[in-house]
Design a protein around this ligand. Structure first.
Ligand SMILES: O=C(O)CCC(=O)C(=O)O
Ligand SMILES: [Fe+2]
Length: 297
């Protein structure tokens, strides 16, 4: 079983990344301290109480969900920017341009059946040629996850190209049994599903998922976190939800980084500024030099 206890000291993130790539998932036990867990549980308790049950067979009529966790938690950075998880995500996605794909709290109520197995990256309808990884999911256990109370189920190694079936064998599923405060990390191409809750209490968890920053995120970040909300975020958190300009001006606001919307007073007009790669900059300069050469001739 791919379990690593974060509270017991330094972790070999490289080895963990390899394990994630091989197995398709891993469990980081006790990934946050007790205080962070307690605060998160307290923060979300009233939300779970108010949220309605879901609609539809996939979500399940006996589960509750809500998003926008970054503004519902007092300590969003602890979860969203967890250093071990960020290192795993960056390694899995193969570059540094990561954005938050969604946050979602999920409560599976007693009597809920197993969820349909699925690969979360199927939300993007592009070619899924293995072994491309589009996203990494992190399920935070707010309660202890047990085989009886609906622990997320994963199909180990289902992230590999020879695993194409959407209706896998139940006997091959593994319940991600983990104490509260653990993080279950799995790839977007890893087959998984919520478990059946045969216990007497609801099972609570929260998903933070990450993807390449050129993909449309599942949860619209600017509606979830408009500037008035993102202004209260740490710069790294605001960056993670899209308040940044991408390469060559992609995702700009008035020719500048959207992060400028999070500062004091805004001018009516901004100064558009180039944002070129060194190669592009060199080509532009070469072109202008060639014009100067022609004029001089
Ligand atoms: O609740 C769970 O354990 C998993 C839920 C899930 O995978 C989903 O809704 O996409
Ligand atoms: Fe899922």
């Amino acid at each position: 079983m791919t379990i690593h206890d974060v509270s017991t000291g330094a972790l070999d993130v490289l080895a963990l990344s390899e394990r994630l790539r091989d197995e398709g998932y891993l469990i980081l036990e006790n990934a946050v301290g007790g205080w962070a867990l307690e605060r998160a549980r307290d923060d979300l308790a009233p939300c779970f109480a108010q949220a309605p049950f879901c609609d539809g067979l996939f979500y399940g009529h006996t589960t509750k969900r809500f998003g926008r966790l970054l503004s519902r938690l007092r300590d969003p950075d602890v979860f969203a920017l967890h250093p071990v998880i960020m290192a795993l995500v960056q390694s899995a996605l193969g570059d540094a341009s990561v954005q938050l794909n969604l946050t979602q709290a999920i409560e599976i109520h007693p009597g809920a059946p197993v969820q349909t197995p699925h690969r979360d990256h199927d939300m993007w309808r592009c070619a899924k040629t293995p072994p491309v990884t589009y996203m990494v999911n992190v399920m935070w256990a707010l309660d202890g996850f047990t085989a009886d109370n609906g622990a997320t189920r994963v199909w180990p190694r289902s992230n590999h190209g020879d695993w194409n079936e959407m209706l896998p064998r139940e006997v091959d599923a593994r319940s991600a049994v983990a104490p509260a405060g653990s993080a279950i990390v799995f790839l977007g191409q890893t087959l998984h599903s919520g478990g059946a809750n045969r216990s007497a209490k609801p099972r609570r968890g929260m998903i933070f998922s990450y993807c390449h920053d050129w993909l449309l995120p599942d949860e619209n970040p600017w509606l979830a976190y408009p500037p008035s909300v993102a202004r209260t975020f740490s710069p790294a958190l605001a960056d993670l939800v899209g308040y940044r300009q991408r390469f060559a001006g992609l995702n700009n606001f008035e020719g500048r980084s959207p992060a400028e919307l999070l500062r004091g007073d805004l001018p009516e007009f901004f100064r558009f500024a180039d944002d070129m790669s060194p190669e592009q900059q060199a080509l532009i300069e070469q072109y202008h030099a060639s014009l100067d050469g022609l004029a001089a001739a």
